[in-house]
Write a protein that binds this ligand. Structure first.
Ligand code: C5P
Length: 220
């Protein structure tokens, strides 16, 4: 039987990752964090001394990129060349570099091929796939496609609550800068035709999970 794909896109701070993970647990599905691949590649490129604002420098570093990710929402890990980078890819230096890596078309093509292979080869009944271009590019034919949004101020507040010890103005500015850069590459701030919008601005975590499950249950 084919693996059912639940495609979820949205900006940083929309609650996308934690909500997608929880939805996957509830359904007994896998969870694929596509942003982690871009982050892992940024980490790898930085380790090679690449200039992540330069496409050819990024491409040079992708040659020996050996990426592995867990699809188990209860045992999430990310590895590059066998090294566990689960925490390292969340460091600010990686977050600051990731947009530059993600804007290289050949990089997007390579990781998208990887994502489709991970989904097809998973052997799971379903996978919740989370990112920026899942509903439009990676899995446009998915039976469930959701755009998870939240008001900018709400997203900034959530992100600074996650990153304790960081100045909230700096966090909001960095978030805004990354969204602005990312949205020149893929439009994840508006829903493509057929994509259901779930706005989590006025919802808590459990309510957001419930809203996403409601959308899924209308189809699957
Ligand atoms: O979701 P997360 O914040 O971890 O994503 C990190 C970065 O990866 C984003 O800022 C974006 O540049 C890139 N990304 C992307 N397409 C995706 C997922 C992430 O370009 N599907």
């Amino acid at each position: 039987r084919d693996t059912t794909v639940v495609a979820i896109d949205g900006p940083a701070g929309s609650g996308k990752s934690s909500v997608s993970k929880q939805v996957a647990r509830r359904l007994g599905y896998g969870y694929l964090d596509t942003g982690a691949a871009y982050r892992a590649l940024a980490w790898h490129a930085l380790g090679h001394g690449a200039d992540t604002s330069d496409a050819s420098s990024v491409l040079d570093a992708t040659g020996d990129f050996d990426f592995a990710i867990s699809l188990d929402p209860d045992h999430y890990w990310v590895r590059v060349g066998g090294t566990d980078v689960t925490d390292a890819i969340r460091e600010p230096r990686v977050t600051d570099a990731v947009s530059g890596v993600a804007r290289v078309p050949a990089v997007r093509h390579t990781v998208n091929t990887l994502f489709r292979a991970l989904i097809t080869g998973s052997g799971l009944p379903g996978v919740v796939v989370e990112g920026r271009d899942i509903t439009t590019v990676v899995a446009p034919d998915a039976p469930v496609r959701i755009l998870l949004t939240a008001a900018p101020a709400v997203r900034a507040a959530r992100r600074s609550a996650e990153l304790t010890g960081h100045d909230s103005v700096t966090v909001a500015e960095a978030l805004h800068r990354r969204d602005a850069s990312d949205s020149t590459v893929v439009d994840f701030l508006s829903a493509a035709p057929g994509v259901v919008v779930v706005d989590s601005s006025d919802l808590d975590f459990e309510q957001t999970v419930g809203a996403v499950l409601d959308v899924i249950h209308t189809v699957v």
